[in-house]
Design a protein around this ligand. Structure first.
Ligand code: G3P
Length: 217
């Protein structure tokens, strides 16, 4: 399973990248706004700055909702940097636009996916990634990880090549459960990635080893 970081914060992206375990970045308009980036040029520069830190794909989301403008915006975003993947919402014009991007060699990430039916449409449109929103599904009383399992089973039976990118991750446990459920990628907040490191027996064991090492230093 690939690890993406779900943030537009450059310091956090650098920190995950420096650990050597980062395969890409996802952003969305809310994450960009959180960084206080204002204006089209500043947003574009920020995407390029992110691309210059990481080695893998960087999702940049369109904010248009009609076919013509999604195409115009997506074409522009894809030209900013070769690592850019155009993130498109799961709406009718979005599906049509993803098929157009697929036919024109532009990679897409289908976002705001909450059902298996939506994931089938994303795959039919040739999206490189489909993004089920795990945490938001859990928030509404459904089971986000079960959706990842269901999509994984459908894609496997049908031979769809679209990669399942588990998004809206809220915890380290979500990452583990998504790995078990067959996610190809998990896009996570830095805290959830760092949480995977933690085990009290590791800390206790290391303290004991370091203490014993003093005996023969
Ligand atoms: O990748 C989608 C993600 O950013 C949404 O996360 O926590 O706002 O549901 P959240």
């Amino acid at each position: 399973m690939k690890f993406f970081i779900d943030t537009a914060n450059l310091a956090q992206i650098k920190e995950a990248h420096e650990m050597g375990i980062l395969d890409g970045v996802t952003t969305n308009p809310s994450l960009m706004a959180k960084e206080g980036i204002k204006g089209k040029k500043a947003v574009e520069k920020h995407y390029i700055d992110i691309c210059n830190i990481v080695d893998g794909d960087v999702s940049a989301e369109v904010i248009s909702t009609d076919f013509d403008n999604i195409i115009k915006e997506g074409k522009h975003l894809s030209k900013l940097h070769e690592k850019i993947v155009v993130k498109v919402p799961m709406i009718k014009d979005g599906v049509k636009a993803m098929k157009w991007f697929t036919d024109h060699g532009i990679a897409t990430n289908c976002t705001l996916v909450f059902s298996a039916g939506q994931a089938i449409l994303a795959a039919k449109a040739g999206a490189k990634y489909v993004s089920p929103f795990i945490g938001r599904i859990d928030d509404s009383g459904w089971n986000g990880v079960e959706l990842v399992q269901q999509i994984s089973q459908i894609y496997s039976i049908q031979g769809f090549k679209t990669e399942i990118l588990a998004a809206s991750i809220r915890s380290s446990l979500h990452i583990i459960q998504c790995a078990e459920a067959g996610a190809d990628v998990c896009t996570c907040p830095l805290d959830s990635i760092m949480g995977l490191l933690k085990h009290p027996l590791t800390d206790i064991g290391l303290a004991k080893f370091l203490e014993d090492a003093k005996k023969f230093a």
